[in-house]
Design a protein around this ligand. Sequence first.
Ligand code: MLT
Length: 268
Amino acid sequence: MTGTLPTIPLHYTEQGNGSPLVLLHGFPLNNLIWAETVRTLSDHYRVITPDLRGSGSSPFTDRSMYHMETLAEDVLALLDKLGIEKASIMGHSMGGYVTLALWRLAPERFLSMGLVSTHAWADTDEGRKGREALAEKVFMNGSKEAADAMMPKMFAPETPSDESFIESVRAMMVATNPISVVGMLRGMAARPDSSSLLPDITVPVAVLHGDHDALIPFHRAETMAAAMPDAVLFTIEQAEHMPMLEQPQATAAAIRHFLSKALPDTRT
Ligand code: MLT
């Protein structure tokens, strides 16, 4: 399946030289979540962080559904524009769904893959109903509804987290255009199951997951890593759904370690 909308030019940041590393953000966030990872890894990698369609500073399109393939095709168009034939492509949560859609569309563009706080399965019927109910609320009352629904699942009250980044995550969610939030919710609900793809993902894969992720349970990361021929599972300790913010050094160190093994010619 391909997306149903023409591609749009994405806003992105680019820092560093070396093997290209593309980092995709989750829902309903933007590329700022990766700021610390970019700062750390751009010493040896060309790190590119797009804002997906309708997120951050990228344009939105006024359609009711953003298929994961549509979001993936925008990223492919960005790679084309930047003259990048192959890259390491890593996605957080919804960005992981987009990464798997990218693999479906263009596996030849991957040097390696990263699946961060994400999973490969389609929504259950109950999950789809929940997304549609939230889409209706966002449509009526704005993106604050999405923030109110997501934040308690992302940061469990019993796990102490730094208040400043919790506030910054909430601010990113509230700032995301409600039309895009609805489009992404409906696109996620419609995404196909990708678990049958896993045995065919032949490039090296890093699966990174917070040990306290309440939104996507850790066992999903374990099952996913075990199903791929060349995957390594990195447990980010003392982290929930946002390891790049909660444990930025451990997250960047895991990615650096993975890339140095997966792409030995980039070892430093
Ligand atoms: C995300 O963090 O991108 C989303 O929570 C993923 C999802 O809702 O399935």
